[in-house]
Write a protein that binds this ligand. Structure first.
Ligand code: ADP
Ligand code: MG
Length: 319
């Protein structure tokens, strides 16, 4: 007997690891009732994943569940928001219990680590389409926005870039790698870590911020556009991981860092007089460039300008 919609929700989504005191009424009524803390703004974001478009057919359900939560929490991180609640819309071709159990394990595993409670959703039969909405708090007027970059600010990134891009090429069979390297890079692709702690730590003193989902060139480009400024980035300063450096020539690794996306690190700006704040951070943050009044993104390598084509790919290393 296939599961009814009610049984499916009850079995896989109503029982969960997080119970927050600000959830007045959880899953099970027509609406959830939520209490926003005094003095906080509500940050809301939503992302949809479609089979065949955002993940290959046959992807691990656990990775899909994790990634659906991760991409939304990454948006909250980029605002400096503290995550709180989520709602989930599921369009499923069938009630595949093994798939649902793995999907829920991926989703709730990450939700639990960030204290996120699923408070509602909708479930329909249809092609595999998964939508999550996430909600978080920022102190009134204190969110990290894309439009806050100013000439003279430093351009910085957390972590390392390009790993997920290499992971995707390995997953697609376009790039060969030793087993341990392949595992590390695939992990960055399939199980991205939203930089929530980083966003919260940066919120009091950073300028603008964005999460890097589409590659540094595209995402920094959004900050520049919204802020009405430009930037110069010194590409040899872009942080690359040891596994990626070991696998690819530097120019190839940088190409992935600039344009491949899926890393979910944060790109942020910082007034130059606050540069020393970076040293006190308990995570890696690297200065890669400077915001300038002249619009557009300029990439330089060893002081030599590089050109960008319209897709954001740069031409260097003799190509
Ligand atoms: P309604 O018909 O009133 O919209 P539903 O029967 O769709 O209610 O859902 C019943 C309850 O289960 C609601 O509280 C709804 O938010 C929740 N719910 C439905 N689908 C999901 C899901 N995929 N994840 C979490 N909660 C869900
Ligand atoms: Mg109803």
């Amino acid at each position: 007997m296939p599961l009814s919609e009610f049984q499916l929700i009850d079995r896989f989504f109503a029982r969960q690891p997080v119970g927050r005191p600000d959830v007045i009424l959880p899953i099970g009524d027509d609406c959830a009732l939520l209490r926003l803390p005094e003095g906080m703004d509500l940050a809301v974001t939503m992302d949809t994943m479609v089979e065949g478009r955002h993940f290959p057919a046959g992807s691990s359900a656990r990775a899909i569940g994790h990634k659906l939560m991760a991409v939304n929490l990454s948006d909250l991180a980029a605002m400096g928001a503290e995550p709180a609640w989520a709602t989930l819309s599921l369009s499923l071709p069938s009630a595949d219990e093994a798939w649902l159990a793995e999907f829920a394990a991926g989703l709730f595993g990450l939700a639990k680590r960030h204290g996120v409670q699923l408070v509602g959703g909708d479930t329909v039969r249809g092609p595999l389409v998964l939508t999550l909405q996430a909600h978080g708090f920022t102190p009134r007027g204190g969110a990290l926005r894309r439009d806050a970059a100013r000439p003279g600010d430093l351009v910085c990134v957390t972590g390392t870039l390009g790993d997920a891009g290499a992971g995707l090429r390995i997953a697609l069979g376009q790039l060969a790698a030793p087993a341990e390297t392949a595992r590390l890079l695939r992990e960055r692709l399939d199980f991205p870590e939203p930089r929530i702690a980083e966003g919260l730590a940066l919120r009091p003193f950073a300028g603008a911020a964005i999460d890097i989902s589409d590659g540094l060139v595209a995402d920094l480009g959004h900050i520049l556009e919204k802020s009405g400024v430009g930037a110069t980035v010194e590409i040899e300063k872009i942080p690359l991981s040891e596994p990626l450096r070991g696998l690819l020539p530097e120019a190839e690794a940088l190409r992935l860092a600039l344009a491949a996306g899926d890393d979910y690190e944060l790109c942020f700006t910082l007034p130059p007089e606050r540069r020393d704040r970076l040293e006190a951070l308990p995570f890696r943050a690297t200065v890669i460039g400077t915001i300038e009044a002249a619009e557009g993104l300029r990439l330089v390598a060893a002081g030599r300008p590089l050109s960008l084509d319209r897709r954001g790919f740069d031409h260097f290393a003799g190509e």
